[in-house]
Design a protein around this ligand. Structure first.
Ligand code: ADP
Ligand code: ADP
Length: 232
């Protein structure tokens, strides 16, 4: 589903170039929950920003669902990016819109009719267990509920992939657990490919089958979670 080949990315700074990613190779299968773990500054955000083309890599390629997204521009890029859902640590909800409005927004932008938008919003809010919060504003929700809205919004347009960028880092352990269970449930029901970026080993161990460890902009380990982290 996702194939990353020889990806390199550096940032220009006043002191010259800072390399953020070096020779990254990754292969993520359709329907799997793949973990990427690393300490602060390891390059996780840069990698995720290359995976959804918020960032243009210096070299290498990122293929998502058979499309090389590194070279796309304009309308093609917008359409490809719609195939990639994102959830965030700080939820990034629109505070002035209701739960309904937040989830409807990407559908309206994508050109869905009001009727179809309404049906999809209802279906997806049922999936995340928030059917009773349709007309509530984000400020009236708990952290866990906010992230459920974030997940619903990301899934509304039925993406091929869900990228989770530290999506449970702002939540307490019990809420973290319930969000991870929800992601696992969605993964099974929709056969959705999920890439989960985290700095927390417990999160990764809880739901990922395969994972990569990133350190100093390089992948230093890559394989089944039980082999990577359960060695004696
Ligand atoms: P992580 O998400 O794992 O904390 P990042 O991808 O944010 O790591 O950062 C990787 C490296 O790239 C770090 O050394 C960081 O300082 C550097 N970096 C990230 N973004 C920028 C930027 N916009 N300009 C310059 N350097 C950056
Ligand atoms: P548009 O986005 O073009 O204004 P929508 O039908 O998507 O039209 O939404 C219009 C407004 O009505 C939005 O603020 C939305 O939050 C609200 N709304 C529409 N349908 C529902 C619904 N079934 N339940 C709750 N609020 C709704």
């Amino acid at each position: 589903m996702i194939v990353v080949r020889e990806l390199n990315k550096s940032y220009a700074t006043r002191d010259g170039k800072v390399s953020a990613l070096q020779d990254i190779n990754l292969s993520i299968k359709k329907g799997e929950i793949f973990g990427i773990i690393g300490a602060s500054g390891a390059g996780k955000s840069t990698l995720i920003r290359c995976l959804n083309r918020l960032e243009q890599p210096d070299s290498g390629s990122v293929e998502v669902a058979g499309t090389n997204i590194t070279e796309l521009k304009g309308k093609e890029l917008r359409l490809a990016r719609r195939r990639i859902g994102m959830i965030f640590q700080q939820f990034n909800l629109l505070e002035a819109k209701t739960v309904y409005g937040n989830v409807a927004f990407p559908l309206r932008v994508a050109g869905f009719s009001k009727q179809e938008t309404r049906e999809r919003v209802h279906d997806i809010l049922e999936l995340v267990g928030l059917s009773d919060k349709l007309n509530v504003y984000p400020s009236q929700l708990s952290g866990g509920q906010k992230q459920r809205v974030g997940i619903a919004r990301a899934l509304a347009v039925e993406p091929d992939v869900l990228l989770s960028d530290e999506a449970t880092s702002a939540l307490d352990p019990q809420t973290t657990y319930s969000i991870l269970e929800l992601l696992q449930d969605i993964n099974r029901k929709l056969n959705l490919t999920i890439v989960l970026i985290t700095h927390e080993m417990d999160v990764l161990r809880h739901i990922c089958v395969n994972a990569a460890v990133i350190e100093g902009g390089r992948i230093v380990e890559n394989g089944p979670v039980e082999q990577l982290f359960y060695r004696p």
